[in-house]
Each structure stands twice: as C-alpha cells, then as structure tokens.
Design a protein around this ligand. Sequence first.
Ligand SMILES: [Zn+2]
Length: 310
Amino acid sequence: MAAGKRIGVDLGGMSVKIGVVSEDNQIVERVTLPMNRNKPFKEAVKEIAEAVLAMGAVASVGFGIPSTLIPGSQVIIHANNLGWKHCDIRKELKKYMGETPVYLANDADCAAVGELIHGAAKKVKSCLMLTLGTGIGGSYIHNGKLFLGGNGIGLEPGHMVIHDHGKPCSCGKIGCLETYASATSLMEEAERSNSPVLQRMISENQGRPNAKMVFDASAMNDPAANLILEEYIRHLAIGISNLIAVFGPERVVIGGGVSAAGDQLFIPLQKAVYKMVDEPELVGCPDIVPAILGNDAGIIGAAMLDKVMM
Ligand SMILES: [Zn+2]
C-alpha cells in the first residue's frame, strides 16, 4: 500500500464521522460533517472526499455504510437513512481521489471488524457480533476475515425465525428474532406493561418508554419488569445459541444501547446460552461480552477493511 494515512468513514443519517487510524489502531485525527437525507448523493460524496483529502496524503479509505451493498460492484442498494438508492459511491469518489484504494462495507460489519481488531474480540480469530438496537444487526468474522456468506451480502440474524406462530416482523415474516430481542421490543414491552413502576418511569419521561427502564425497574425488583427481562434474555439466548450451532464462534460480542446494561444482561444471558448450546462441558461455550469501542468501532473497522476482506 502507498505511504499515507488510513482513513475510516462512518456514514450515518445525521453525521459523517471521518478518522485517521494509526498503525496501532488508534484514531489520531477526526472530523465530523453534518449529514441529512435531503443532501444529494453527489454533493455528499464531494464534501466527504474534500474532508478526507484535507487530512493529508491518503493510503486507503474505507466506508461503513448503513445499507446492503451489491456484491462485486459494491453499489449501494438502498441506504434508507441517507436517502440513497443504487448509488455507485466508488465511481463518484474516483473523481476526487483517483486511484486511491477504496473499501466499502455495511456499517454493522465495520463495527464488528473494529471490535475484532482493537476491541472486545481483539485476541480471537472467529467472532460473532450482534447489535441490539431498533432491529438486530449481525456480523461474523471467520479466521480474521469478514464472512459475507455465499451471496456476498452478509448476515441478517435479526430475521432468523425463532417462533413460527410468533409476532409479525417489519420484514413481512412471523416470529423473527428482532421482534423479541431488539431494543425496540424491550421498549414495546415496557409500554404494554401495567407495572406501576414502569408506568411511572414512562410518564416521568414525557410518555416515552425505553429499553433501559426495564433494566432499572428490574433492579428495583419489580415483578413485571423481571418477567419482561427474563423473556427477553430467553429469546436472545435462543437466537445466539442457534447462531453458535451454525458458526461456532470463539466469542460473541454484543453491541448497541442494550449492551450498556452490563452484568444485569450478561450474567443471565451467558447462563441461558450455556444451557442451550451442544455439549458445553466438552466443547465449551463462547464468552458473551459487551462491545467496548462504542462509536469508534465503525471508524476503526472501516479503516482496516483491506485487512479483513476475504
Ligand atoms: Zn423479520
């Protein structure tokens, strides 16, 4: 690779975070640009390219994009948060950056790469990462390389069916993991509950429920919150143990807001998964740990994409 800086770009619906990542995987310089859905694709790419070039000589630039990418061509299929559809970002960037190597991946995959290279999965070669947010995102890294499946578009563990007579999902199917184990599902259960503790928390927050309230109410030993949390962890454990059965990761990293719950989530989750995996005494059970890099994972992972592409 040519001498120069490794740049990681984390494209979000509200902002674009750009960072220079050093050889020891630290973000040593950063810039944030405002972003919104109304900004036309070409204008946004020009602004990003100019900001990247202003950082000095560039060796490579990697992008984490909240979209599925068409394998091979890596054209953006539909980045809903950005309002971009069928855009060829690589071709557009070339106008400004010439032959500088450009790498693209889904933003969840970049976060997993960041955690693998410099975060919660630093010492392992094979890890599964799940991000519990509005939905459930997921990535698998096999032997240090990002696994995107035979079709090259990556994993969609949130839409793995765990109840064939379950709740309807936004994808049109019934009983997907994310309808039971996303942050959204916890929030909905809090809202639906008639627990006076949860109802008071919601009204004190201008009528807006959130996932953290369930953990807080459970810490106060509210029976309804305890039950919601128990069911939540049981469903999440079903999803994780199914993925362990398929991929056999050494470690499972959990990201997203829910992972901030700490021991309240991870101790019972590890126990529940242990009971569901095959022969844990003989083959072991992967550690389930929280992500540690937060928003920086996306930038670090994007900058290191060349190291993990199969
Ligand atoms: Zn679904």
